[in-house]
Write a protein that binds this ligand. Structure first.
Ligand SMILES: *Cc1c(COP(=O)(O)O)cnc(C)c1O
Length: 434
């Protein structure tokens, strides 16, 4: 039976062991073909003629990936000044940026307005601040239409009591402030959460559309991101059915535009969907031990490299690329060397439940708990699948560990270094001579 990466032809002939030998472990490996496919999925999510996908840059801001995403015709959803600097460096124009900000300084709002990007704020107080720095400007407002959801309480960004969006009760006050600062409201946006069901997403679309009717002369309505990616492929999870979403979305959009009497531009803000599946994070098993009833594999995949399991209890499928010669190190249990496997049922060796942990001084530093895998050896390489979204972008230098390199497997199967590993020198530079 094929592994997930074989099914996708992810490595396009390259061997994970060789890649790690050349670029070091851990290592983020991206696949250009898959990235482009996902961009097209989102660009074509509606057949409405003025339909735009703004890539959420926070999800992964590698410049090489951003350039590809721009080539595919996406624009950007920007959540900080730093992200804008990255997007500009990748070639995005300010008019291809929608800043979606909350709780930022007047200086950051002024920066966005000054470079000529459009800004969305999500509170009366930020609206007032924006009015002062961008008198007479064209702006968006982020509303909380009351719909919210997501895969973890930490990613729910709409609905009662979340920190995001203006509640519709404040629309009268919003209109007063727009008048006071001569601001033109050209768009409304929302983001109900990350990893939301199709049903909830479409509920959100309906809710913001009905809210939008309270404003005349809008040019844009933006429905946010949050599209699901199948993180459980080894268990047969299928991708979301884009055709179904497209059908429902088309009906809603064409009907709304007809009612509103104007051909608006509709936007979405996908992040995870674009980049999650185009990456595998490779790491190395360095130690094995039993502790009470638990087995542990110690790896270089600490949370400074990959935080999602620690922060969100996120599940990621793991593929095993066994060390050559059955491993030079110890096994927890003796067993025959196996071929590259990801689907546990596919191998004849007995599986065992193991915790894959990182090398950091924190108990919460894990990649999986009690995952069934064939017995591991020192020197094995593990592949954390679907690691492209909120992977490198959340990496840090805790324990003074250098963040890993990133490489891209091109459509022609060439391998290109797209970010060097940090050096310890880099990590001292801002303190040198102080
Ligand atoms: C994070 C975020 C997104 C992207 O969310 P995904 O779940 O990665 O698609 C879109 N819009 C806003 C405002 C966000 O904060």
């Amino acid at each position: 039976m094929n592994t997930v990466t074989q099914n996708f032809n992810f490595y396009q002939g390259h061997d994970p062991h060789e890649l790690v030998k050349e670029f070091g472990s851990p290592l983020y490996v991206y696949n250009e073909r898959i990235l482009r496919e996902r961009c097209r999925d989102m660009r074509n999510l509606s057949s409405y003629p003025k339909f735009v996908a703004n890539y959420a840059v926070k999800t992964n801001s590698n410049l090489s990936l951003l350039r590809i995403i721009r080539e595919e015709g996406l624009r950007t959803d920007i959540s900080s000044e730093g992200e804008a600097v990255a997007a500009l460096a990748a070639g995005f124009l300010p008019e291809e940026m929608l800043f979606i900000l909350n709780g930022v300084s007047a200086a950051e709002l002024a920066f966005a307005a000054k470079i000529g990007a459009t800004v969305s704020v999500d509170s009366l107080s930020q609206l007032e601040t924006l009015g002062k720095v961008n008198l007479g400007g064209r702006i968006f407002l982020r509303f909380n239409s009351g719909v919210g959801g997501g895969h973890h309480e930490k990613v729910v960004t709409g609905g009662d009591g979340t920190k995001f969006g203006i509640m519709p009760d404040y629309i009268a006050e919003v209109k007063k402030l727009l008048n006071k600062y001569d601001l033109k409201l050209i768009g409304v946006n929302q983001h109900v959460g990350s990893y939301v069901s199709d049903k909830l997403y479409l509920e959100g679309v309906s809710a913001i559309l009905s809210l939008a009717k309270q404003f005349e002369d809008l040019e844009y309505i933006d429905f946010g991101g949050g599209f699901v990616v199948p993180y459980h492929k080894q268990n047969g999870e299928k991708p979301i059915e884009l055709n179904k979403i497209r059908e429902r979305l088309d009906t809603l959009l064409f009907d709304f535009a007809k009612d509103y009497g104007k051909e608006l531009t509709f936007m979405i803000e996908p992040g995870r969907y674009i980049v999650a599946e185009c990456a595998v994070l490779l790491g190395t098993v360095h130690s094995l031990k039993n502790c009470g009833t638990k087995k542990y594999a110690g790896t270089d995949l600490g949370f400074s490299v990959f935080k999602r399991p620690t922060v969100y209890d996120a599940h990621h499928d793991i593929e095993l690329y066994p060390a050559a010669h059955g491993g030079e190190g110890r096994r927890v249990h003796p067993s025959e060397p196996s071929t590259s496997v990801s689907k546990p049922e596919a191998v004849s060796v007995p599986l065992e439940k193991i915790n894959i942990v990182g090398n950091q001084c924190e108990t919460g530093d894990f990649i999986t708990r009690d995952r069934e895998l064939p017995p591991l050896c020192e020197g094995d390489i593990l592949g954390v699948l679907d690691a492209g979204a909120y992977g490198y972008s959340m990496a840090c230098q805790y324990n003074h560990r250098a963040r890993p390199a990133e490489i891209l497997i091109g459509r022609d199967s060439s391998v290109k270094l797209i970010r060097r590993r940090d050096t310890y020198e880099d990590m001292l530079v801002n303190m040198k001579g102080l």
